[in-house]
Design a protein around this ligand. Structure first.
Ligand code: SAM
Length: 336
């Protein structure tokens, strides 16, 4: 119910920021979630039945990768793919047909990244190794990770983040740091939608090529600089910045609380940090997203309460929070 209210509020208030009809956004979210749930069900049913059928949840967790198995159980529960006998043992339903995907926003992501990623679900649950983890070198991993980040829906979402967070108002002499810039898609949206100078930071040196390419595509090479570094050591690289942007970065880092503390230190007094972060909660979308990114090598997304604890400890104050489609926080470094 809370989720439905958030969704309606989002559509009424923020739908206009999306370059797609609000109803299309809601449909795409549903299609992404439904496909992840279906693929989880299908793979478990076809490859891991013996590990789930007539087992108690704690037995499933102890016989497979415990983190992945816990998330997979939640996804299966949300999909009503499993039910329980009177002894609390799991029974698996037979999977139905694959759900159809009609929106352009979701199709791109599902075909290019979700489907190939879920091929690795059985192996990842059995061994705990994630063959498509983005740190693994190889063309297939690069291609899937690129599709995961560069797809119609995600790009629309990034544009929404900039508009909703107020970063568009930054003046020409402002400096914004894009922490965990990845392939440079968050950097690009900052260059396109603000007048500020952008420092793009990522621990992987390969990221520089992507950042420079994206900057070139929008004719803004002279406003961008790449720094190879970790968010946990941000103040070694930048100080007194006007703003920071972190789009889905914290669950990829070794120490998210430290990253936020460093972001707070790197900001000017009164500066803002925009943190867009998938959280782990009871929502089917968030659980599906977590399983998907876990397969690509991330940690499990933080509980919202944990994320807000990290924020509190960093000394930043929450100025705005939007809870759908992902959690977006506008945080301020107090002036005194
Ligand atoms: C899901 S990608 C998001 C990329 C980008 N923000 C975007 O919107 O496309 C997460 C990024 O976080 C980076 N990352 C991982 N560990 C990090 C750390 N300790 N500090 C900063 N970034 C990190 C990864 O290299 C990856 O590029």
């Amino acid at each position: 119910m809370r989720r439905l209210v958030s969704m309606i509020k989002f559509l009424v208030k923020y739908g206009k920021y999306f370059p797609a009809k609000p109803v299309e956004v809601a449909r795409a979210v549903k299609e992404f979630t439904g496909t992840v749930q279906y693929l989880t069900h299908r793979k478990v049913y076809d490859h891991l039945r013996d590990y789930f059928e007539e087992k108690r949840p704690e037995e499933v967790v102890s016989s497979l990768d415990p983190v992945g198995a816990r998330v997979a159980l939640d996804v299966l529960d949300d999909y009503a793919a499993i039910y329980y006998d009177s002894q609390g043992r799991i029974l698996l339903r037979e999977p139905g047909p694959e759900p159809s995907v009609k929106t352009d926003l979701a199709r791109d992501l599902i075909e290019g990244a979700v489907k190939p990623t879920f091929e690795t679900l059985p192996e990842s649950l059995l061994t705990g190794k994630r063959p498509l983890a983005y740190t693994v070198k190889g063309a297939e991993v690069r291609r899937i990770f690129a599709k995961f980040l560069d797809n119609t829906g995600y790009n629309a979402f990034r544009a929404w983040c900039i508009a909703v967070s107020g970063l568009e108002e930054l003046p020409e002499n402002a400096v914004v740091v894009d922490v965990g810039c990845g392939l440079g898609l968050s950097t690009r949206v900052l260059l396109e939608r603000t007048k500020a100078r952008v420092i793009a930071l990522d621990p992987y040196p390969e990221a520089e090529m992507g950042v420079m390419l994206q900057a070139k595509l929008v004719g803004a090479e002279n406003r961008v600089q790449f720094i190879c570094g970790r968010g946990e050591e941000l103040t070694k690289h930048v100080k007194d910045v006007d703003a920071a942007l972190l789009i889905n970065v914290l669950h990829w880092t070794a120490s998210p609380a430290k990253v936020l503390t460093e972001v707070a230190k790197a900001l000017k007094l009164g500066g803002i940090a925009v943190v867009v972060q998938s959280v782990y909660d009871a929502s089917p979308l968030n659980r599906a997203t977590t399983l998907f990114t876990w397969l690509l090598g991330s940690n499990v997304h933080p509980l919202r309460r944990v994320l807000e604890d990290w924020i509190r400890v960093s000394g930043l104050t929450i100025e705005k929070h939007v809870g759908y489609p992902l959690d977006l926080y506008v945080l301020r470094k107090p002036k005194a």
